[in-house]
Ligand binder design. Structure first.
Ligand code: SAH
Ligand code: DHB
Ligand code: MG
Length: 221
């Protein structure tokens, strides 16, 4: 492992293909200003999400875990103007900052920010017969990832792409004796994913500006 090299190369790639405009820079700054954690996706990951959305021609997107809407802004910019993103945030303070950032980005019309627990909103969407999403990004609390994914499947159609952040946790998922509930949550999730006949899935490792981690990628059959 050479984290410094990974970070430098990530900066190099960011500069080449994932540079942030003022809106994205100010969104990152807003997290510090509001004493929120710096756990947004990186610019290269934001660009990666955009590529995924364009590849599956996404118009309807669901995100669990908004924080300051950094990933939300990247994603919304990759869908057509008649597309829509529903993003779910449990913490009202985070949601408040996110909605300011969304307004500054000029995306309030396309983004429906739901303040509530991901589990409750997923059940609500299913109960209300919400039209299936083309793309789902799961990035909220880690212990219930398995349940989030199962519910997300009920809001999917064949071809829906589901991406889940933070499923490697610096390799801690290899530790079978961990008592970290977040690590246990993603271990359980990864196992479920591997045995889930409804999707074709893989996991990629992510290195760069942030901690060594990984994303699970799944497409619904
Ligand atoms: N997707 C964001 C980062 C999300 S960080 C980005 O890349 O920019 C995870 C967020 O999930 C935090 O803001 C946290 O408050 C929120 N969260 C935690 N538990 C949640 C829950 N049960 N339901 C909804 N959101 C939750
Ligand atoms: C954490 C959460 C995330 O979604 C992330 O990308 C990194 C860290 C966390 O809760 O520590
Ligand atoms: Mg994350």
């Amino acid at each position: 492992m050479n984290p410094q090299l990974f970070e430098k190369v990530d900066q190099y790639i960011t500069h080449l293909v994932a540079s942030e405009d003022i809106v994205l820079q100010e969104t990152i700054q807003s997290l510090d200003d509001a004493s929120m954690p710096q756990i947004s996706v990186t610019p290269t990951q934001g660009k990666f999400l955009q590529l995924m959305l364009i590849m599956c021609k996404a118009k309807r997107v669901l995100e669990l875990g908004t924080l300051g809407a950094y990933s939300t802004i990247w994603m919304t910019r990759a869908i057509p103007s008649d597309g829509k993103v529903i993003t779910v945030e449990f913490d009202p303070h985070h949601a408040h900052i996110a909605s300011q950032n969304i307004a500054k980005a000029g995306l309030s019309d396309q983004i429906d920010l739901r303040v509530g627990k991901a589990m409750d909103v997923l059940h609500e969407l299913i109960t209300h017969g919400e039209e299936a999403f083309d793309f789902i990004f799961i990035d909220a609390d880690k212990p219930p990832y398995t349940e989030y994914f199962e519910l997300a499947l009920q809001l999917s159609h064949p071809g829906t792409v589901i991406i889940c952040d933070n499923v490697i946790r610096e390799g801690k998922i290899l530790d079978e004796n961990t008592d970290d509930e977040r690590v246990k949550g993603v271990q359980r999730f990864n196992q479920m994913l591997a045995n889930n006949p409804k999707v074709t899935a893989t996991i990629i490792q992510t290195v760069g500006a942030k901690e060594y981690d990984g994303m699970a990628l799944a497409i619904v059959k």
